[in-house]
Design a protein around this ligand. Structure first.
Ligand code: FAD
Length: 329
């Protein structure tokens, strides 16, 4: 009998399997379609660390370092967290006190324009720039994480039949099919544009706040003259027209041509925080990673491996904040 069966072949399941195997556990990973078939394969795959929540900073910096070490292709041309006024800039700059130094710093509008020449900057107070942030290819990341793992293409319909001492549920937006946890899939769309200026494809990650509650326009160069953009919100039922937001931020919106796009699901809990922890003897959940799962999964996979093998993790100082049981009340 295996020590652990992990259900779900997205970044979450792959990272759990990786960290368990690193510690010598015998693991089987079940995926009913193919690796990266769910949200992970439809992601914009920003790896960003400029958060103002201490857990998010700790987790995303851990993930980013892990992905660097794994040697997966990882484009690190930085992230600009734009700020529209001084109060917003001061709020975003709080990340500088929370993080392990990686050269992140506050920059003015002129430097924003130098780093991302296709952006309009005249309405900005500045930005926080994280030089090591970037993006990667989730299927390549998952392939690397599961190297040497026994991966089976099989649906798990019953946790008791998974054939292992412990079962980890990492089934993203489909979590409720296996366990009674309030995770729902919220559709989000990415659009791909081509610009007439070749510098567009080198644009670093850009996050431009829409209001003050975490909603944002996001974009990044995608090589060549391509730019990928979307509207991010972790609030339920919230969506906004992308094109006017992008037109307001792009220096020359008439130069953009829509070339395609796709949709996927953000796996969201009611409060937007992941659901992580044991829910009954030898059943552990890692679901509800929302719109930031690629960058959170590196660390949360380690957290779950620690929970399975040790019962606690130094990367999870406040387990109750993420415990699936918080929804029971
Ligand atoms: C448009 C879009 C843009 C995004 N942009 C970013 C971004 O820039 N940065 C970022 O960090 N995150 C981003 N995300 C979020 C990120 O993609 C998700 O949070 C993350 O992929 C969730 O990973 P997961 O492994 O939990 O779920 P998934 O990748 O969905 O994996 C779950 C897997 O479980 C399998 N499965 C389900 N039920 C069963 C079963 N019973 N038996 C066997 N297998 C099963 C599914 O087939 C699926 O492959 C974005 C998401 C979307 C949709």
């Amino acid at each position: 009998m295996r020590d652990v069966a992990v259900v779900g072949g997205g970044v979450a399941g792959a990272s759990v399997a990786y960290h368990l195997a690193q510690r010598g556990a015998s693991v089987v990973l079940y995926e009913r379609e193919h690796l990266a078939a769910g949200s992970s394969g439809r992601s914009a795959a920003f790896i960003e660390t400029l958060y103002t929540d201490a857990d998010r900073v700790r987790w995303t910096q851990y993930s980013s370092r892990l992905y660097e070490q794994l040697g997966v292709p990882f484009v690190q041309n930085g992230k600009l967290q734009l700020a529209h006024d001084e109060a917003q800039l001061a709020r975003f700059a709080r990340t500088l006190e929370l993080r392990e130094d990686d050269g992140a710093r506050v920059v003015g509008p002129a430097e924003v324009a130098a780093l991302a020449p296709r952006l309009r900057v005249d309405d900005l107070a500045g930005a926080v720039f994280g030089p090591r942030d970037g993006w990667l290819d989730p299927p390549s990341l998952i392939d690397r994480l599961v190297e040497g793992i026994d991966v089976r293409r099989q649906e798990v319909a019953d946790l008791r039949a998974a054939g292992a001492r412990t079962v980890v549920v990492a089934t993203g937006a489909w979590a409720q099919e296996l366990y009674d946890v309030p995770v729902v899939g919220e559709r989000r769309t990415i659009s791909l544009f081509e610009d007439e200026d070749v510098r567009a494809g080198e644009t670093p990650l850009v996050v431009d706040p829409v209001g003050d509650d975490g909603d944002s326009l996001y974009l990044r160069g995608d090589g060549g003259r391509l730019v990928l953009a979307g509207f991010h919100s972790e609030r339920h039922g919230r969506d906004e027209e992308l094109v006017p937001l992008l037109a307001a931020r792009w220096r020359d919106p008439d130069a953009l041509r829509l070339r395609g796009g796709w949709s996927g699901l953000y796996p969201l809990t009611p409060d937007g925080r992941p659901a992580v922890g044991e829910v009954e003897a030898r059943v552990v959940l890692l679901v509800g990673l929302g719109g930031n799962g690629i960058q959170l999964a590196g660390a949360l996979g380690r957290v779950v491996a620690d929970l399975v093998l040790d019962g606690g993790s130094d990367l999870l100082p406040d387990p109750a904040r993420y415990a699936p049981a918080r929804f029971a009340a």
